[in-house]
Design a protein around this ligand. Structure first.
Ligand code: PCA
Length: 195
């Protein structure tokens, strides 16, 4: 059993990315390969694609940060569109463009998101299924990874993490500190490793 777990570098107005900090906690696990990705259109996926070519992962799980979310969000769907609200970290901004021309309009996560949601909720970790991963880099990487995974026996999904309480200002609603985010992802990985 082998899992690829990715996180993203900081982007936009944020100095930290909770997904990068969470990723750090899993780097010495035998069955988990971690990789930090740049917030760069196409370049982030090239890294993932190479890793997926090198290893037959059972699961590819991408983590990212979404300000404004108050719970760990298990993304249900990736849409075939880039409509970036801000530039990526290389200054690229794609608007109203398909990610892959003539491919399906959307792909559903192939992780068991309802079971994972129950697992976290029964352990008291705030968690929800989200029906939109946005139209920025996180959605792009989820869409491209799902598209690629259909040639392999790999399940793919995306999990958005809220800003950590340590990072969020009073106007934002995050209730989760770093240790709770790590605990939530740990529960998800343990559940998947038992399958
Ligand atoms: N969040 C952004 C990109 C990188 C990240 O952590 C997003 O939601 O698309």
């Amino acid at each position: 059993m082998k899992i690829l777990l990715t996180g993203f570098e900081p982007f936009g107005e944020h100095e930290k990315n909770s997904s990068e900090l969470v990723l750090d906690f899993f780097k010495d696990h035998e069955q988990i390969q971690t990789k930090l990705l740049p917030v760069e259109y196409e370049n982030a996926f090239k890294i993932v694609s190479d890793l997926m070519d090198q290893t037959d992962f059972n699961f590819v799980i991408h983590l990212g940060q979404a300000a404004g979310r108050s719970k760990i969000s298990l993304e249900r769907v990736a849409i075939n569109v880039c409509d970036f609200p801000i530039d990526d970290n290389k200054g690229v901004r794609i608007v109203d463009e398909p990610i892959i021309k003539e491919a399906d309009a959307a792909y559903f996560s192939t992780l068991p998101i309802r079971e994972l949601e129950k697992e976290l909720s029964t352990s008291g970790v705030p968690c929800e299924i989200s029906n939109t991963a946005g139209a920025y880099i996180c959605n792009e990487i989820m869409y491209r990874s799902l598209h690629k995974s259909f040639n392999q026996k790999t399940s793919v999904g995306f999990i958005h993490l809220p800003l950590m309480t340590e990072e969020s200002s009073k106007s934002e609603s995050s209730q989760l500190c770093l240790s709770q985010l790590v605990h939530g992802i740990e529960l998800i990985l343990k559940y998947l490793l038992k399958l």
